[in-house]
Design a protein around this ligand. Structure first.
Ligand code: HPA
Ligand code: ZN
Length: 319
């Protein structure tokens, strides 16, 4: 099986495994509302995106120090590397931490330390994409961007995540313009639960270079033709789509259809601690359930490198 090579849709806070939640809670004196690991694990059955986000944000209460973020990041890097990942562009949600008193600088310094260790010990190259929580005020997003740029940590890009329906990309046009002026690459979640219109806005109002998820593009034929013609990458997360009921089951996932329409699709894990697998698990289960051929798996791997923001030299090494 070819390596997934580059992972482009991965929320670091979504790699917080149940065991680490309990360990950090003990160390930081955080009281968890769960009796034990089994009680926590029993809650990993989601109805939709919001029911997942409620647990995702609650569990972040255990992350308090830069060392906690470094630990989280290193654990992800080790696991992803073992699954074949050689380059990772990782999402972080600073507003989810400032809202509970952990400064953006603490978060980003910890993450950067973990990624630095991953590069020196594993040869895993990476970048940080700070995400706007779209269901929070625009002024807060602006502050998040300013604090992130001032944190003294190299940033790769800006993204847009959290509850999608009712929060169109256009709300954040000014924030994304400011991010682009500061030299950040732009991506956004669109078309996971939200309509195709949100992909149009992400492209034409925010100026994104990649769309995260984007599976609902298939409902708009003109949009599909544009995405294919411009080879806009879509970072698809099949196991996430199953767990959040975006699709009925893996057999019904449109990954194959997306490839057949000529879309530049990449395969990713989204929040692997919550959705039942890392990127290699996604690849394996899609191969077994959707019958992906060796050529299709190789295409997905090559797409991930082409769609990444790695420099030309690094891309050539990985392809
Ligand atoms: N969608 C939107 N926001 C998120 C997700 C997701 O899949 N994971 C973490 N934040
Ligand atoms: Zn996501």
């Amino acid at each position: 099986m070819p390596s997934p090579l580059a992972e482009l849709h991965l929320h670091l806070e979504g790699t917080l495994e149940p065991e680490l939640i309990f360990e950090l809670a003990r160390r930081n004196g955080v009281t968890l509302p769960y009796r034990d690991l089994d009680d926590l694990r029993a809650r990993y059955r989601f109805r939709d995106l919001q029911s997942f986000l409620d647990l995702y944000y609650a569990n972040m209460a255990t992350l308090r120090t830069a060392a906690d973020f470094e630990r989280l990041t290193w654990a992800y890097a080790e696991r992803a590397h073992a699954g074949g990942v050689r380059h990772a562009e990782v999402f972080v949600d600073p507003q989810a931490h400032t809202a509970r008193g952990v400064p953006t600088e603490t978060v980003l310094r910890g993450v950067a330390a973990g990624l630095g260790r991953a590069e020196s010990e594993l040869g895993l190259t990476s970048g940080i994409i700070v995400c706007v929580l779209r269901d929070r005020p625009v002024a807060e997003a602006r502050r998040m961007l300013e604090e992130s740029l001032a944190a003294g940590v190299p940033l790769l890009g800006i993204g847009l995540d959290s509850a999608e329906v009712g929060y169109p990309p256009s709300l954040f046009a000014d924030v994304f313009t400011a991010a682009a002026e500061a030299g950040l690459r732009r991506v956004a979640h669109a078309g996971e639960e939200g309509p195709p219109e949100y992909l149009w806005q992400a492209l034409d109002v925010l100026g994104v270079e990649r769309v995260d998820h984007g599976v609902r593009c298939l409902e708009d034929d003109v949009l599909v033709r544009r995405l294919a013609a411009e080879q806009v990458p879509l970072t698809v997360c099949p196991l996430s789509n199953v767990r959040l009921r975006v699709v009925d089951d893996l057999a019904a996932h449109p990954l194959r259809r997306m490839l057949d329409r000529g879309l530049l699709v990449t395969l990713n894990s989204d929040d692997p601690a919550y959705f039942g697998g890392y990127v290699d698990d996604n690849l394996r289960q899609c191969r077994d359930t959707l019958g992906l051929t060796g050529a299709e798996l190789a295409t997905l791997a090559a797409n991930s490198v082409r769609a990444s923001f790695a420099g030309a030299g690094r891309k050539a090494e990985l392809l």
